[in-house]
Design a protein around this ligand. Structure first.
Ligand SMILES: NC(=O)c1ccc[n+]([C@@H]2O[C@H](COP(=O)([O-])OP(=O)(O)OC[C@H]3O[C@@H](n4cnc5c(N)ncnc54)[C@H](OP(=O)(O)O)[C@@H]3O)[C@@H](O)[C@H]2O)c1
Length: 325
């Protein structure tokens, strides 16, 4: 089977590419002229040059593919436009290209995010049927992408997956946390904060399951790890796995908010986006990011195979072996 993976040079996309290759697919990777190809080195894949923000570049990429895994996305940006350009308009462009050049595609899988669904309550994780309540520019752009995809349901088979925070080898998003951990510091926001996480290999497995199951056509699924953890539990497990004694620094919510605003102003002045901006701080300050994976389990047979401990062990080992820690 021929599969196109957008975002193939990134954290999640490169793991998906590896797994698809492993399963015997002919994998085509949408890359940009500026993309760093380091994670694709040595893999038997074909490169197709294009940019989801440029619709002219996508026809050749989508034509003749059985599966299109749309993973490309921007997770850090300074404005709604920065997110929308890749996440919303990029998805619209790819959907339109698919409709025009490959309406017979077996499946178009959109990798969205729990951020599109929004935060949850304390006791009730969000479910697929809940009205989306994105609270960040990023989340809004992902929800807009999902809505765009919704307009193509019935034209070709389409499935959406929504992972929560993903961790694993090659991830730069959570890397600062592991770096601080190795220095013996864990920074945590005051109060109980609980979230679902997912190890990258489980997300990949769930995404492929969703992409191949007939029942998943036209459906959305939360794909997450075995259960939710408080940030404290997450950090303590990581510290244990790393064999690292840590000092916990508990930061009041108002400090996180202030740092977020400061970084956003700095980003506006310097033109350089920062990880913890006021948007990110809004997400971090939500106490509960819980999602319910029972639909994926029931309909797709999805079952996360990595415990938090196993996922963190592989992640930390990889960071160490690569000299990142
Ligand atoms: N990481 C998480 O915790 C998380 C959680 C939930 C959902 N997701 C979703 O998972 C997807 C992948 O995230 P990630 O963590 O792997 O991000 P990442 O490491 O930053 O990778 C992003 C990928 O998207 C590509 N890309 C960005 N803009 C593009 C454009 N205009 N045209 C073509 N390719 C473009 C990048 O290509 P270049 O190499 O050229 O920059 C890169 O390959 C995203 O859609 C994200 O919303 C991530």
């Amino acid at each position: 089977m021929k599969a196109l993976v957008t975002g193939a040079t990134g954290f999640v996309g490169s793991h998906l590419v590896e797994e698809l290759v492993q399963r015997g697919h002919e994998v085509h990777c949408l890359v940009r002229r500026t993309s760093n190809l380091q994670w694709l080195k040595g893999l038997p894949v074909r490169l197709v040059y294009g940019d989801v923000a440029s619709k002219e570049s996508l026809g050749a990429a989508v034509a003749g593919k059985d599966y299109i895994y749309h993973v490309a996305g921007v997770i850090q940006g300074k404005s709604q436009w920065a997110f929308d350009r890749a996440n919303f308009f990029g998805t619209v462009n790819l959907l339109r290209a698919c409709w025009r050049y490959n309406a017979g595609v077996r499946r178009f899988v959109l990798v969205s995010s729990l951020s599109a669904g929004g935060p949850s309550g304390r006791r009730r994780p969000v479910r697929e049927e809940d009205p989306p309540r994105p609270i960040s520019l990023y989340g809004k752009s992902k929800w807009k992408a999902e809505q765009a995809a919704g307009e193509f349901i019935g034209r070709f088979p389409l499935t959406i997956v929504r992972p929560p925070a993903i961790f694993g080898p090659r991830d730069r998003g959570m890397y600062p946390f592991f770096k601080a951990l190795k220095k013996g510091i864990v920074v945590r926001v005051a109060g109980e904060r609980k979230a679902n996480f997912v190890y990258v290999k489980d997300v990949v497995a769930g995404t492929i399951l969703a992409g191949e199951a007939e029942v998943a056509i036209g459906q959305t699924y939360y794909i997450a790890g075995e259960r939710a953890y408080t940030w404290r539990e997450f950090a303590q497990t990581a510290a244990r796995v790393a064999g690292q004694a840590v000092r916990e620094i508990v930061v009041p919510a108002r400090v996180v908010r202030a740092v977020g605003v400061f970084n956003s102003v700095a980003a506006a002045l310097t033109g350089k986006a920062r990880m913890l901006d006021w948007q990110k701080s809004r997400e971090i300050l939500q106490p509960y990011w819980l999602c319910d994976t029972s639909k994926a389990k029931r309909e797709l047979g999805y079952q996360p195979t990595y415990s938090l401990e196993q996922g963190l062990t592989e992640t930390i080992r990889w960071y160490e072996e690569e000299g990142w820690l």
